[in-house]
Write a protein that binds this ligand. Structure first.
Ligand SMILES: Nc1ncnc2c1ncn2[C@@H]1O[C@H](COP(=O)(O)OP(=O)(O)OP(=O)(O)O)[C@@H](O)[C@H]1O
Length: 245
């Protein structure tokens, strides 16, 4: 299987001295779903953000389909578009309708043709179960619906990989399932995904591998063959007891 994402010995030290990532390496194959879990502050978001260079690296590199994103030069925008990102806060434009939110970047950033973009946006809205809400504004939707629009918006750029940063953490519990269902469908369709999440049920049901981070390093990777038992009394053990409770 071809490699979609290669995180190569990435370290990140912020200007305040915090070492958020310490020599992290991870390879994600095309079509693979990797969930990243770990205690607060362990570096999960920072790692995800280095993949599309929302965060620079202190050393190391990330390759998307074999191309360096941290040395990308003029190719940076093109490479960034290969990695769709979904955030905890949905970040929709409040003054634009749902349909316009989805169409904006394909039109403005990619310069694609309006009819084609509209057809695709409508199909994506159907896909996330909101085919009837294209004319609504974000404030008229629930948090879960807004997050499904944000997923459709990311997909509209036709990315090769999708990066999710705690996509359900800001949602009311009854909204979580609908968003996870959309993500599970995407996984089934063969999308390459890295998902930072505390949803261990989702991670174990959908992920090909689960990466456990602790203090800026990958502590352990669960393979499909067996689940990880953290050392009793460790920080990861405490964290997992908390999220699995
Ligand atoms: N812009 C920044 N400037 C300085 N320090 C930062 C910055 N962003 C993150 N950090 C620090 O880097 C470390 C890793 O943060 P990160 O957000 O990646 O962790 P996380 O595992 O995603 O945590 P959470 O689950 O709480 O979101 C933390 O100590 C955090 O305070």
């Amino acid at each position: 299987m071809s490699t979609a994402i290669e995180i190569r010995q990435v370290s990140k030290q912020f200007e305040n001295g915090v070492r958020a990532l310490d020599n992290v390496s991870l390879t994600v194959a095309a079509g693979e779903v990797v969930c990243v879990v770990g205690p607060s502050g362990s570096g999960k978001s920072t790692l995800l953000r280095t993949v599309n260079r929302l965060e620079t690296v202190t050393s190391g590199d990330v390759l998307l389909d074999g191309e360096s994103i941290h040395q990308a030069g003029k190719r940076l925008n093109a490479l960034r578009q290969q990695a769709g990102m979904v955030f905890q806060q949905f970040n929709l434009f409040p003054h634009l309708s749902v349909l316009d939110n989805i169409m904006l970047a394909p039109l403005r950033v990619q310069g694609r043709e309006a009819d084609e973009v509209r057809q695709q946006a409508l199909a994506l809205l159907e896909r996330v179960g909101l085919g009837h809400r294209g004319a609504s504004y974000p404030a008229q939707l629930s948090g879960g619906q807004q997050q499904r629009v944000a997923i459709a918006r990311a997909l509209a750029m036709q990315p090769k990989v999708m990066l999710f940063d705690e996509p359900t953490s800001a949602l009311d519990p009854e909204m979580v399932g609908g968003v996870l269902d959309v993500m599970q469908d995407l996984a089934r369709d063969g999308m390459t995904m890295i998902v930072v999440t505390h949803e261990m049920g989702f991670a174990r049901a959908v992920a090909d591998r689960v990466v456990f981070m602790e203090a800026g390093r990958i502590d352990h990777i669960d393979q499909p063959s067996g689940f990880f038992e953290p050392a009793a009394g460790s920080r990861l053990d405490a964290f997992l007891s908390e999220v699995l409770r």
